[in-house]
Design a protein around this ligand. Sequence first.
Ligand code: GLY
Length: 360
Amino acid sequence: MNTIVEVTTPSASYNVHVGTQLLAHVGSIVRNVNAGTRAFVITDSNVGPLYLEGVTHSLSNAGYMVFSAVFEAGEKSKHFGTLSTLLESVAAAELSRKDVIVALGGGVCGDMAGLCAALYLRGIDVVQVPTSLLAMVDSSVGGKTAIDLHAGKNLVGAFLQPRVVIADVNVLKTISAELFCDSTGEVIKHAVLADQALFNQLMRTPLLTADYNTQELIDIIARNVNIKRAIVQADEKEQGVRQKLNLGHTIGHAIEAASNFTLGHGSSVAAGLCCVVRGAAKLGWCNPSLLEPIERIVQAHGLPTTTNIDPAILFEFATHDKKRTAQSVNLILPTTIGAVTIQTISLTQLHQLIDAGCGK
Ligand code: GLY
């Protein structure tokens, strides 16, 4: 059965639809939240050939004049050049303040389209139509949008909550097994930080393919959205508890960037999670018994539990992380399976942690 999770933040209130057969209804769902006349679909070169025509048709049937732009798939596109090209296309299509941008794709697409919508005319509506598991469980919800700089990932961005999120699990059947597995890194992260029952379920039956029982898949995605909803509602702009969602990311982002983005985001987060728990356990900062189940669940999902990258290089990349304030970082550590704490540590301690967690 399809599910709707309602998200209410200080700046917006919106529904996250999770279910099947939703793509064909994108037009009517968007029409319920946006009264404009033009819709601009932003997608990438992987997703566009599969779903752009159908989504365009649906929006058209809902009365929109539909425009679109397709950018080259991949994290490497998340820069000012792509953003500027997309904004010029949106302007050429003469979208007004009442119109809507539709993000059709994975996390990179959600970021690009979301940031376009945040900037164009100082902000117009955006609708997120996530097509990867990672985007469904994480990036399409919560309003973060960003592009990368040479200095680091996601360094330029804005918060813009979507008007609605439409997650059709049927589209997951067309993504590669590798990408699907990669996305489970964020699902594991959510389970470790907030949901022991989900952790136990994934331990019993790992989420290895989109051929998972459809209802269970819908339930797992909705459960992840719900975890994110609770945190984003409490702290929309990441001043406090939202930092918990960065579990595994301090080292994970460093691994991802140091691999030159050859390792996927979810895989990097999974490895980062294991490294942080391993390092913290060795240093006496967290309960060492947490490491074994976390490594086991990561392995069961075919994800890496460590990295071969030199800890000194990881430290360099980690200190470019935007979450660093002055000479310290806020580190997220599990206290048990299903709960985390935020600890401020010095850069010297971060270096020790990376050496202990990622050293050979
Ligand atoms: N992906 C972490 C967040 O949205 O805050």
